[in-house]
Design a protein around this ligand. Structure first.
Ligand code: HEC
Length: 156
């Protein structure tokens, strides 16, 4: 038996519209709600799942947008900035939840903190930024950084 399938014109056009609207990087990512525990931690993953340490490492060291090495240096590498905490071994000193809160909102831990927050609404301001109007880092990027840093146990 031969089945002939005729796709009418609107079907492919409709699929294209879905892909354009829902594809990655098209719209500002809203800041998801989070709870600070004891003024020191966000114990629950912002995405609900663990991050990827390898992606976090690449983001930390290779992406100007995160900018962590400008202040902290690269953990384990020579020449870490002297004026800011060296993050070597940070996973042995701080819980994953505390590391998460440091990246999301440092002033929640220390009102005098010099470190910028990386997870507030409307931080992106370049019209060419696909996540224009969203937070500096996405929830998934923060979880990747948490996974990377929480695994650093060697104080160097
Ligand atoms: C402008 C400089 C600056 C940048 C950029 C920066 N930090 Fe920080 N960070 C600090 C300072 C300074 C502190 C110490 C507390 C304070 O005064 O803010 C700190 C503290 C921390 C701590 C707590 C360390 C400890 O041992 O208690 C973590 C974790 C951390 N930062 C992670 C990051 C990550 C991850 C990034 C990149 C997404 C980043 N920081 C970007 C300046 C910075």
């Amino acid at each position: 038996m031969r089945v002939s399938l005729r796709v009418s014109g609107w079907v492919p056009r409709w699929i294209t519209v879905i892909v354009v609207l829902a594809g990655p990087g098209r719209a500002a990512e809203p800041v998801v709600a989070y709870t600070i525990t004891n003024g020191s931690e966000i114990t629950i993953s912002l995405t609900g799942v663990p991050g990827d340490a390898a992606r976090g490492r690449a983001l930390y060291g290779g992406e100007a947008r995160a900018g962590c090495p400008a202040c902290h240096g690269v953990p384990g590498a020579a020449g870490a900035a002297a004026s800011t905490p060296d993050l070597a071994g940070v996973g042995g000193r701080l819980s994953a939840g505390a590391i998460r809160l440091w990246i999301v909102a440092p002033v929640a831990i220390d009102p005098e903190a010099a470190m910028p927050a990386f997870y507030a609404a409307e931080q992106r301001d370049g019209a060419d930024d696909p996540l224009y109007g969203g937070p500096a880092l996405t929830a998934a990027e923060i979880e990747d950084l948490v996974a990377y840093l929480a695994a650093l146990r060697d104080p160097g």
